[in-house]
Write a protein that binds this ligand. Structure first.
Ligand SMILES: C[S@@+](CC[C@H](N)C(=O)[O-])C[C@H]1O[C@@H](n2cnc3c(N)ncnc32)[C@H](O)[C@@H]1O
Ligand code: FES
Length: 461
């Protein structure tokens, strides 16, 4: 059976540095170009085009086919046409001539079946021999090695962000010029720049470095999609993760310097806003606004969720309760969003303060992981009292599986809370359900959201 008129398989296998592979010879760039060209020509939609032809073209990535020295390799089915050494510049011709007009591009076709078979078989034999030799020598598997060394690329990017290297690169500059701009040692800056080039975050010509399109878009101050401020929170959290060994020994966070400065708090809230601003409309959609008049947003941070509700529903009034040092920052975000009339701010402590009464929704977005079980149970009990009949308590968080070993991000984030809080952790769905039941909530449901965190919603009857 062949469900598509053309089905392309392009190898995107990645291999250790220095070993030939399709990804090393540019298959991801080819993949991107193919996807864009196929979409631009409308060939990926099913149905008949104006020439009466079925437009179905499917693009699929695949692993090594044993022809790595000739990569990027691509096969087009159902005819089984093999292409080798495909480059982005070839894509328009392949799509136009082969996928549109049905004629393979002869100059790129590889049809020497005996040679291809011999190469593939030899590759398989070499691969198995290499694996056996590594196994015998007791070498660390690549997967473990990469996980262990993952700190190096991460540290390079975070240091570059801390030093604002990408902004200092400007339209192109050398190590000495950048060193002067950021008040850092030119030799060391040069080493960092070279590593960033190796990581594909800068390009280099002669002594001058330039931002790649990605770095220019996401890391340079003043750009629309600049993530630097939010990512500086990740850089701050790095210092906490360095205390993990001692935190595991002691069972709680280890105090470090650098924290609770106004700059730390500003970066923290920027980091929260980076995560929340795109999720907030999804949460509003998932919960709906029918019958919602008053919302309490506990630990609202940047106010992203209250802002999204206020925008979605002019009749809704939100109240954000956050700590005194955060509320002025919240006020900036709320005012910038133009919803100050609908969002009231309250400085306080959700662990101590009276919540008030008559709310239709109480939100706990990314809050419960900061606290211990007993603190969360207490918040849930007081939230139940503060909600109106038919009111809902909404928890958004990383939710662990019942045995707490996954999803991976939720399990890792639990350690993030070990190093960052007195008694925080991530929790499982059965735990949240049990706490909500004990607080008096009914009709407790989990609502899946795209991304790493979900909602758990309980109702007041
Ligand atoms: C992880 S952030 C989540 C922010 C926001 N809900 C979001 O999802 O973007 C936690 C927020 O809770 C606030 N917070 C922490 N402890 C608090 C407390 N005891 N009382 C009130 N707010 C608190 C923090 O200042 C921060 O804004
Ligand atoms: S990596 Fe693509 S064929 Fe081997």
């Amino acid at each position: 059976m062949e469900p598509f008129r053309f089905h392309l398989f392009i190898c995107t296998q990645q291999k250790p540095e220095g070993v030939p592979s399709c990804s090393a010879s540019g298959s991801f760039a080819v993949l991107g170009a193919l996807d864009r060209e196929i979409q631009a020509r409308g060939l990926n939609q099913s149905g008949l085009n104006n020439r009466g032809l079925n437009n179905d073209v499917q693009l699929t990535t695949c692993g090594c086919m044993g022809l790595c020295d000739e990569g990027p390799v691509m096969v087009v089915y159902p005819a089984g046409v093999w292409y080798r050494r495909v480059q982005p510049a070839d894509v328009s011709e392949i799509v136009g001539t082969h996928l549109h007009d049905g004629k393979p591009v002869d100059r790129l076709v590889w049809n020497d079946a005996p040679a291809m078979q011999a190469m593939s078989v030899e590759h398989g034999e070499k691969f198995r021999a290499a694996m056996a030799a590594r196994e015998k020598a007791g070498m660390l598997p690549d997967r473990l090695d990469q996980m262990i060394r993952g700190n190096m690329p991460s540290r390079c990017i975070l240091t570059a962000l801390e030093l604002d290297i990408f902004t200092a690169v400007g339209d192109g500059a050398n190590a000495e010029q950048i060193g002067t701009r950021i008040h850092a040692n030119a030799r060391a800056v040069g080493m960092l720049l070279n590593a960033l080039v190796a990581l594909g975050l800068l390009s280099k010509s002669g002594d001058d470095c330039r931002n790649t399109p990605e770095s220019a878009r996401f890391f340079v101050q003043g750009c629309k999609d600049n993530h630097r401020n939010g990512l500086l929170h990740t850089a701050n959290i790095w210092h906490r993760w360095s205390t993990l060994t001692d935190a595991v020994r002691s069972g709680t966070r280890i105090p470090i310097e650098r924290e609770d400065t106004p700059e730390w708090t500003r970066n923290f809230i920027a980091g929260m806003q980076r995560n929340a601003k795109d999720r907030a409309p999804l949460v509003v959609k998932a919960l709906g606004t029918a019958g919602v008049r008053r919302i309490l947003d506990l630990g609202g941070g940047s106010g992203a969720y209250s802002i999204a509700f206020a925008r979605a529903c002019p009749g809704v009034q939100c109240e954000i309760l956050d700590v005194p040092q955060v509320v002025p920052l919240t006020a900036e975000y709320v005012s910038k969003a133009g919803v100050s009339a609908q969002v009231r701010l309250r400085a306080g402590d959700m662990l101590q303060d009276d919540f008030g009464s008559g709310y239709d929704i109480i939100m706990l977005n990314a809050i419960c992981h900061m606290f211990a079980e007993e603190q969360n149970r207490d918040i849930f009990r007081r939230a139940h009292q503060a909600l109106a009949p038919d009111g809902r308590l909404v928890v958004q968080d990383f939710i662990l599986n019942p045995d707490k070993t996954g999803p991976q991000q939720a399990a890792l984030f639990s350690l993030n809370m070990l190093v960052a809080t007195d008694a925080g952790a991530t929790y499982s769905e059965p735990e949240y359900t049990q706490w909500m039941k004990a607080a008096g909530f009914t009709d407790i449901r989990r609502i899946k959201l795209p991304g790493p965190s979900d909602l758990i919603v309980g109702l007041v009857k």
